[in-house]
Design a protein around this ligand. Structure first.
Ligand SMILES: *[C@@H]1O[C@H](CO)[C@@H](O)[C@H](O)[C@H]1NC(C)=O
Ligand SMILES: *[C@@H]1O[C@H](CO)[C@@H](O)[C@H](O)[C@H]1NC(C)=O
Length: 190
């Protein structure tokens, strides 16, 4: 009874109290059949019904359905989104190239955000943070244009990103006060 009540509450809470955001350009990884086979049907349904959702929201699906988290379901890298669903959108960036980002925020919540190159084979950041927003998408002050529209300069990744799928530009937004973390990933080669 208690479990049912908390499940109903958890489902009801997935509405307006959640912050929401994605990278709208360059093209990001989105949920598809590769995500579904990695993370299961229920998580796929949640992820595809609201692409603006957060990692904790997907963790909640996993807990509520008692599905064992499969290693392939990388919720802490690209929020589980898979290269297999984005093979048609692999960008090619040369060292020193300017890459424009557009972020679509549906609901703000104060946190920090950054963009980094991430090695997807180890989920580790390559090189320096490329863009950092210390007071990101605040609910107490207006969101400035440079939080949703900015450019990064592609570093020289030293040959680590020659294979498609091995590297992403990851936008990461962590709203600690409400424990919500968002990730969008752009696949690229160099
Ligand atoms: C930047 O984002 C990464 C995830 O891509 C995270 O692990 C790291 O802590 C963030 N860095 C800062 C300074 O917020
Ligand atoms: C965005 O612009 C504002 C106003 O010029 C500035 O104070 C802030 O540091 C900038 N933020 C970033 C992330 O560059």
């Amino acid at each position: 009874m208690f479990k049912l009540a908390s499940l109903v509450f958890a489902l009801a809470a997935t509405g307006s109290t959640y912050a929401h955001g994605v990278v709208s350009s360059p093209p990001r990884r989105q949920p598809g059949s590769a995500f579904q086979s990695a993370c299961g049907l229920q998580m796929y349904q949640v992820a595809s019904s609201d692409q603006y959702g957060n990692q904790q929201n997907l963790e909640g699906v996993n807990i509520n359905t008692h599905v064992l988290l499969q290693p392939a379901c990388t919720l802490y890298l690209c929020r589980g989104m898979q290269f297999g669903d984005n093979t048609a959108n692999v960008q090619h960036y040369t060292a020193g190239q300017t890459v424009d980002f557009k972020i679509d925020i549906k609901a703000p919540h104060t946190g920090v955000a950054n963009v980094s190159v991430v090695d997807t084979t180890t989920n580790s950041v390559i090189g320096d943070t490329l863009y950092y927003i210390p007071n990101a998408y605040s609910t107490t002050s207006p969101i400035t244009t440079n939080e949703t529209s900015f450019s990064i300069t592609m570093p020289d990744v030293g040959g680590k990103c020659s294979t498609a799928g091995n590297c992403v530009l990851q936008w990461w937004w962590d709203a600690r006060p409400i424990d919500q973390t968002y990730m969008s990933c752009v696949d690229f080669t160099q």
